[in-house]
Design a protein around this ligand. Structure first.
Ligand SMILES: *Cc1c(COP(=O)(O)O)cnc(C)c1O
Length: 365
């Protein structure tokens, strides 16, 4: 069975290096925060070209802390795409603010700038764009709207480590960038991990205090804080991964571009990649008339596929109290009903990619 993603291949290829990195953390007992977590944050900032980065315990915390750093809280509203992983909205909700969901475009499947302004009110404080599937959203258009209305911009880069918009790496575009290193993301930890990036020192300083139980000096707590530090082992593993990230991403692009060009079966609708973006093909998402039928067909032929995401945020049970209805975000709803994710990961062989392409082209809906 070809898995949708197989991390064990990557682990075995770099096993000695990963294990040596973990051993170094153990020898120095730098387990929570500390040298290896800090070193990774520095390396990551340098990689992105952004002034500051700080490691946190996961991507959801990164989004939560971003809201707090911007002073967003109860009574505020934050624009969030309906087509994203739910954690984009959790960060807003945890801060006490309300997520306001906006539909995606019919071609890039990212937040639709033409539908943002109608959702802006006196309470709106920020717009969070998500570079979903590793495909950068139209940051220039979002930024223009944000500037017109005096709003902050935040990018959810959980799926887009190394992607570029107009030659600039994601995480270096908005006021704050939020990353997840959950296993399976393009850059991943051996457990949970995340990072927050910014060119504004004040935001990162605030987050450094908040993530560390509200203190700068141990046992002196300035504010009510959280335990959201990055673990040392994860920092060390991420430093190893970061060295390979560009290589992994170029292999992802190679496979993704083959799918783009060679899956020609008209039953599939594919995503658009605007020329001013350099995607990293985190997830190869297609739209197909009956996803369950397609997933069964692929499984019968030895290929595992899955779906991202079957329910759009605005229709999730958890957000029922916000009062959204079917039809509020029609493009996101269409995607949720028809999406399917093909296998794509850097260690996939050419033969496996060819198998996926052949099966897709032979599929009859
Ligand atoms: C993975 C992901 C998150 C959450 O990150 P965690 O590390 O799992 O908390 C947030 N947003 C998007 C778009 C994601 O894909």
């Amino acid at each position: 069975m070809l898995k949708r993603i197989d991390l064990s291949r990557d682990f075995h290829r770099h096993k000695e290096e990963f294990m040596a990195a973990i051993e170094a953390v153990c020898e120095e007992t730098a387990f929570s925060g500390g040298k290896y977590a800090d070193r990774f944050a520095e390396e990551f900032a340098k990689y992105l070209g952004v002034k500051y980065a700080t490691g946190v315990n996961n991507g959801t915390s990164a989004l939560h802390l971003a809201m707090l750093a911007l002073g967003i809280g109860p009574g505020d509203e934050v624009i969030v795409p309906a087509n994203t992983y739910i954690a984009t909205a959790w960060g807003v909700t945890y801060s006490g603010a309300t997520p306001v969901f906006v539909d995606c475009t019919p071609d890039t499947w990212q937040i639709d700038p033409s539908k943002i302004e109608e959702k802006i009110t006196d309470r709106t404080k920020a717009i969070i764009g998500v570079h979903l599937y590793g495909q950068p959203f139209d940051f220039a258009a979002v930024k223009a709207i944000a500037d017109r209305h005096g709003l902050f911009t935040v990018e959810d880069c959980a799926q887009a480590a190394g992607a570029e918009f107009e030659g600039i790496k994601t995480g270096n575009l908005a006021d704050i960038g939020c990353f997840s290193f959950y296993p399976g993301k393009n850059l991943y930890a051996f457990g949970e991990g995340g990072a927050v990036t910014s060119n504004n020192e004040e935001y990162i300083d605030k987050i450094n205090v908040l993530k560390n139980q509200g203190c700068r000096v141990r046992y002196y707590h300035e504010v009510v804080g959280y335990n959201m530090r990055l673990e040392g082992v994860q920092g060390a593993v991420l430093s190893v991964g970061l060295k390979y990230l560009d290589g992994w991403n170029s292999r992802r692009r190679q496979i993704g571009k083959r799918y783009d060009a060679q899956i020609t079966n008209p039953v599939f609708r594919k995503i658009a990649h605007p020329l001013n973006t350099r995607p990293v093909y985190h997830l190869y998402e297609v739209q197909v008339p009956d996803p369950e039928d397609f997933l069964n067909y692929m499984a019968e032929h030895g290929v595992e596929c899955n779906r991202h995401y079957p329910v759009p945020c605005h229709l999730q049970e958890a957000y029922r109290s916000l009062g959204y209805h079917e039809g509020d975000c029609p493009e996101a709803e269409k995607l949720a009903s028809h999406c399917a994710t093909l296998p794509l990961f850097p260690e996939m062989t050419d033969e496996e990619a060819e198998l996926v392409i052949r099966l897709c082209n032979e599929y009859r809906a």
